[in-house]
Write a protein that binds this ligand. Structure first.
Ligand SMILES: Cc1cc2nc3c(=O)[nH]c(=O)nc-3n(C[C@H](O)[C@H](O)[C@H](O)COP(=O)(O)OP(=O)(O)OC[C@H]3O[C@@H](n4cnc5c(N)ncnc54)[C@H](O)[C@@H]3O)c2cc1C
Length: 480
């Protein structure tokens, strides 16, 4: 077997980013992946009918566009094309209207009518410094000293609850729009800190839109893999790592793109008991239930704005969304879920045969739940798009168990790499100056269970690689 200086375990966006960063540092690196395909949460497949390409997990990629590490890579040259929709996000209401998050702050303000000025007061200072702020948010928190005033301002709003920020608005439309963004935190809307996720996603929308990728999210993974291989890296698929014995002995650093509980199971014997206990105490969040549709025609939204939006948040008012997200944390679902819908084929003709469409939708469910939410999700879409069900040619569904089967990191269906509760939102997997390092100088963790958390941006893997380059190879300097 050839000898490698470093091994990366897991070829999700963070594992791929870690592998690229190590190879760029001149370290001979092997990337091993348990599945027969690379990509983890960024994969595309014909899940319903031949010719219909569905994003099995991630679909919408503002964080990939603003990722400081991805920006240093020749992704466009490797076939990654981000496709923008006229509206980043639309949020329909029962009266047939819809609130809109537009890439332009001005147009969003104008569309929110009497709530426009309040939205401007909230977002404009962040939008003015978007690049600096987003780049800071994609670092470990303890690095925040670089942008202290900006981070302090973010803290004033972001440390509050989504409900509290939404109630600054007077109209149901503006309240619902912010509630939907905040619900991406996958926490009850009344929880402190949940607003930070809504603000970050709205800010990303005003900076980079909420694009999908031509041909599917898998194009990002393929590009990262091709770049890694062009730097001399090697990839082995269908190679699950079950213990440190599966790692070539010569490797001086091993970066795990896995969650803390998995790391404890794989490397527990090589780590101090106290550290392993901390890994095992890591908290996982709710799971998801997802439906992909092959459609005869576009979803017939009543509100015009939804027909030109890449993402549609379906769930009605702030109060309805808040009630559903709270029920999930209490271990229940209801027949009125908050549903996140993406309609990539409207903006990407490669996704479906001529004239046909795809639809992608999921809702949160309790961790490990096997409840079938297909009917509830479709009823919610039908509520704002009468006639929708008549356009379904085929569907594919995934519950939490099927997701964990698809990607072992999706523990109990948790798509965020761990619960975004207050502490884990700020510092994950637990407070530490270097959250990627472990007491064993050979072992690192760089999945979305580390800062800056979930999303396809590769920054967790990148920072983990920086830590490994520094500690295990004596190579300094991030350049970002
Ligand atoms: C339904 C759904 C929708 C989402 N929507 C979006 C979205 O629209 N936009 C967005 O930015 N993000 C989205 N996400 C989140 C995004 O996919 C994740 O945050 C991201 O993929 C995390 O990357 P990762 O590399 O940390 O982990 P993963 O992508 O989960 O990759 C981990 C990899 O490690 C492998 N692995 C695990 N254990 C082992 C082992 N023991 N040995 C070898 N290999 C192993 C797995 O097979 C997998 O390939 C979504 C996720 C899901 C599931």
């Amino acid at each position: 077997m050839p000898s490698y200086d470093a091994v990366v375990v897991g070829a999700g966006p963070n594992g791929l980013a870690a592998a690229v960063a190590l190879a760029r540092g001149g370290v001979k690196t092997l990337l091993v992946e348990a599945n027969d395909t690379i990509g983890g949460g960024a994969r595309t497949a014909e899940l319903t009918l031949p010719g219909f390409l569905h994003d099995a997990c991630s679909a919408i990629h503002p964080m990939a566009v603003v990722s400081p590490f991805f920006r240093t890579l020749p992704l466009a040259g490797l076939g990654v094309e981000f496709l923008q929709s006229p509206h980043a996000l639309a949020h329909p209401l029962d009266d047939g209207s819809a609130a809109v998050l537009d890439p332009s702050l001005e147009r969003t303000v104008a569309g929110l009518m009497i709530d426009g000025p309040a939205y401007r007061t909230l977002m404009e200072p962040f939008v003015r410094h978007a690049e600096a702020l987003l780049s800071q948010m994609l670092r470990p928190l303890l690095d925040a000293r670089r942008q202290l005033p900006l981070m302090a301002r973010l803290g004033i709003y972001g440390l509050r609850s989504t409900s509290a920020i939404a109630r600054r608005f007077r109209t149901p439309a503006a309240r619902a729009l912010f509630a939907g963004c905040g619900a991406h935190a996958i926490r009850p809307l009344h929880c402190a800190g949940s607003a930070s996720v809504g603000i970050a996603l709205a800010l990303a929308g005003h900076t980079a839109g909420w694009p999908c990728v031509r041909g599917g999210s898998g194009a990002i993974s393929s590009a990262l893999a091709a770049h890694f291989q062009s730097l001399g890296g090697e990839i082995e698929t269908s190679r699950p790592v079950r213990s440190m014995r599966d790692i070539p002995e010569a490797a001086r650093a091993v970066i795990f793109d896995v969650t803390p509980r998995q790391l404890a199971a794989i490397a527990g014997n090589d780590l101090p008991d106290r550290f392993v206990r901390k890994l095992r105490r890591f908290r996982y969040g709710p799971g998801v239930f997802k439906v992909d549709w092959a459609l005869d025609d576009p979803i017939p939204w009543r509100a015009e704005e939804c027909r030109t939006a890449g993402t549609v948040h379906v769930g009605g008012t702030l109060e309805e969304i808040a009630a559903y997200e709270s029920s999930v944390w209490q271990g229940r679902t209801t027949d009125r879920p908050f549903v996140l819908v993406a309609q990539q084929s409207l903006f990407d003709s490669t996704r479906a045969p001529n004239g046909k469409q795809t639809g992608w939708a999921y809702c949160h469910v309790p961790n490990g739940s096997t409840v079938d939410m297909t009917d509830a999700i479709e009823k919610q879409v039908e509520r704002f798009a009468p006639g929708f069900r008549g356009r379904i040619l085929a569907r594919a569904t995934m519950n939490t168990a099927q997701y964990e089967d698809h990607d072992a990191n999706l523990v109990g269906g948790d798509i965020a790499g761990g619960a975004n509760d207050f502490l884990q939102l700020l510092m994950r997997p637990f407070p530490a100056f270097d959250p990627y390092a472990t007491p064993n100088r050979r072992i690192y963790i760089g999945s979305s269970s580390t800062p800056p958390g979930g999303g396809v941006h590769g920054m967790c893997g990148y920072w983990a690689a920086c830590s490994a380059l520094r500690r295990s190879f004596g190579i300094r300097g991030s350049g970002l």
